[in-house]
Design a binder for this molecule. Structure first.
Ligand code: HSE
Length: 312
């Protein structure tokens, strides 16, 4: 069945989870991007409006992650009709929360739904990645959890390379997004081109421990494992003002562990209850007030469901 207009919602994600650089990602319940798609007689993709971006994103569909993902879906479907998109950005831009991925996923899901869902999950992943790649590089650790939900192990761009991992039931998250610019390209450019064998052994051990912690639901172990990154965080830490202070304050209020979310600057503290997450959020506010650095603070939980859509 096809409809005239749909609205799709895709959530923010925390990529890497500390030690799992480019291979682990977790979907969040909030914030989310929303894409409304409607049929158009004009061919191709038009972006008619974007809200919530303070005018920063391009309305040119060939230069916008949502527009690129939507065009990819249209191409796969071989649709004669075009689509008009309206994008509402609930996610802050360049925040380390998978903003470009969420827009791409929401657009791909919306356009596919508009034409009766002819594409499967693998094709939607490819479409989303196409949009993401144009803006943030070709890595699926944000698009996969945003599309499928939960915590995902991402070993490639194909759907068979995505593994769903258990999400501990009590996990709550406190997130701080300070007002500092950390372009993903820059945060990737500072990384070492190779790592010593000793670091490789340590890093793989920490990833294995993290997976074990997820399967056993051992949150204390999870916190220890995700902070065990000796490769990526040390190279990026100088870009994340407040990291050491937030980590110490979060730990003092009961957080299990604190990591850079994706390429930053958002910091994410994992907590074993909502009450602890609220206390940690308060500690984050205090730290950034002390540093005189504006920061958006949120408390949320992992999202078990992936992107959703509804007919309008
Ligand atoms: N895994 C990526 C990184 C996420 O850390 O660079 C960025 O979106």
């Amino acid at each position: 069945m096809s409809v005239q207009a749909v609205e799709a919602t895709a959530s923010a994600t925390v990529a890497n989870l500390g030690v799992g650089f480019d291979i682990l990602g977790m979907a969040l319940q909030a914030p989310c991007d929303v894409v409304r798609a409607e049929r158009s007689d004009a061919e191709g993709v038009q972006i008619v409006a974007i809200t919530g971006d303070a005018g920063e994103l391009s309305r040119d569909p060939t230069r916008n992650t949502a527009g690129i993902a939507a065009a990819y879906v249209l191409g796969q479907i071989g649709a004669a009709a075009g689509v008009r998109l309206t994008l509402h950005k609930g996610l802050p831009l360049a925040s380390g929360l998978g903003s470009s991925a969420a827009s791409a996923v929401a657009a791909a899901v919306a356009v596919n739904a508009l034409f009766g869902e002819p594409l499967d999950h693998a094709a939607l992943l490819a479409a989303s990645l196409e949009g993401e790649a144009a803006v943030s590089g070709r890595h699926a650790d944000n698009v996969a959890p945003s599309l499928f939900g939960g915590i995902t192990l991402v070993l490639g761009a194909a759907a068979e390379a995505i593994y769903s991992l258990p999400v501990p039931p009590n996990l709550h998250l406190a997130l701080a997004t300070p007002a500092i610019a950390v372009p993903t390209a820059h945060a990737r450019a500072v990384l070492p081109p190779s790592v010593p064998l000793k670091a490789l052994v340590h890093q793989t051990g920490q990833v294995a421990l993290l997976i074990h912690a997820l399967y056993t639901g051992d949150l204390a172990l999870l916190g220890a494992a995700l902070e065990g990154d000796q490769v990526i965080e040390p190279a990026r830490a100088h870009l994340m003002r407040g990291l050491a202070e937030v980590r110490a304050a979060a730990r003092a209020r009961g957080a299990l562990g604190t990591v850079i979310s994706g390429a930053g600057p958002t910091l994410c503290s994992l907590c074993d209850s909502e009450a602890v997450a609220e206390r940690v959020a308060e500690a984050m506010r205090e730290v950034y007030a002390e540093l005189n650095l504006p920061a958006a603070i949120r408390v949320t939980q992992p999202a078990l469901h992936g992107a959703t859509w509804r007919a309008l």
